[in-house]
Design a protein around this ligand. Sequence first.
Ligand code: BES
Ligand code: MN
Ligand code: ZN
Length: 488
Amino acid sequence: MTFSLTAGPADLGALATPLLVVALPSGASLDAALASLDGTLNGAMSRSLDRRDFRGGRDETLHLVGGTAGPSRILLIGLGKATDRSAALRRAGAVAARQAGRMGTGSLAFYAGALSANETEALGVGLATGAWDYLDTKTPPPEDERRAPLTGAQILGADADGIASGSAIAEGHGLARTLSMMPGNLCTPDFLADTARDIAKRHGLAITVLGRTEMEALGMGSLLCVAQGTPEDPKLIALEYCGGVKDAAPVVLVGKGLCFDSGGISIKPAQGMEWMKFDMCGAAGVLGAMEAIARLGLEVNVVGLVGSTTNMPSGTAFKPGDVVKSMSGKFIEIINTDAEGRLVLADVLSYANRYKPAAVVDAATLTGACVIALGHTATGVMGNDPALVQELLGAGTRAGEPGWELPMWDEYKDLIKSDVADIKNSGGRPAGTITAALFLAEFAEEYPWVHLDVAGTAYTESDLGTVPRGPTGVPVGTFVEFVRGRAG
Ligand code: BES
Ligand code: MN
Ligand code: ZN
């Protein structure tokens, strides 16, 4: 779906729009522009505030019918006791846009007073978040029951730069969410590769796609053992964006792209297995971030790497007890075929060496243990470089995608020692998120590296108010903020 953001004037009473959204913090009164709009509504807004029908609390909404001229409808939306105005506007934008989608207004205008570039961008991203929907595999309802999708928003009092950057980031988010939401039979490794080719073509990026044969030649026994049980050709996708100084060391973004994770021979329970189509959210995050970074024209060299396959049980599938040789030369004992993400990432992290990266950040729906530890609120953050960890935590905060660091202490390494190989792919349930990261660290030895475990944050199984059940867009914002933080 296309969604466009534009800037507009702040003359509210005369504004011809199907819906005017007015954002107010807790306990706020009407500014001059709102007071004049209130006049055209015979004081309906001020009366609502006086009666405390609407108090400006977070996510609070009140719907008013417009006058004969000006906006046809008015939606008051609360910002709460906002300390971070950008974050509050991002959230309010999403809630309001979803409400507009339910009403079928088609477009809206949003008023929150004068906005900085940052605030405009955050609000724009929020509005696009709320307008996003996945309709490709649903038959539309009969004509008379259809509601117009929200295809445009005008931000009043906006900053022009914020409109441009907000639109760019929103595109990245939307792409990531659409890829994530797509069923596993449609979003295959091949489809991810085609999507990357499309990004490359539209923005002039270099692209390399390796299949099974090319990966065999590179000795990627770790990635390939996961792909052993599926007829689907696995893909390693490399997108190269050169916005920085020629030959400057790039930052590399890596994504886990399991288009479906059945667990393989160590098969998962049937209950909820359909959610494992979301096991490619890290990969979707990389592709979405590359789309946004290219649109923003950030002055940094960035490589996006995706390791993609599906984890299936079959007569040819890998099995517990097998030992495989990774591209790094390290031997890995397979304890559990459901710990497949780290096997895919291991070889992609070795492949990253060829770029002599300034930093590598991977994102993966890697462990159920991360959902237990941090819930759906924070991304698990671990790495081999304390400064880079802090950089990613900061980027996540700015993007409204908070992360939390978990310790990578040597003591935990004992859990993944193998009797027959250099390392084993599962340390069992204790500290499952940490042992997964320690496993990855063995293959990320040549550069500063951070791992984002987005198992709990990349998609949601309950409606969050801002997003419905399904993909959230995490970690696109974190990636973009991180790269932007490195731009000149
Ligand atoms: N893709 C899963 C992790 C996951 C679980 C993501 C739930 C989102 C929600 C991963 O491949 C996996 O199966 N991990 C195992 C590791 C275990 C076998 C050591 C897990 O978390 O149970
Ligand atoms: Mn798994
Ligand atoms: Zn998985």
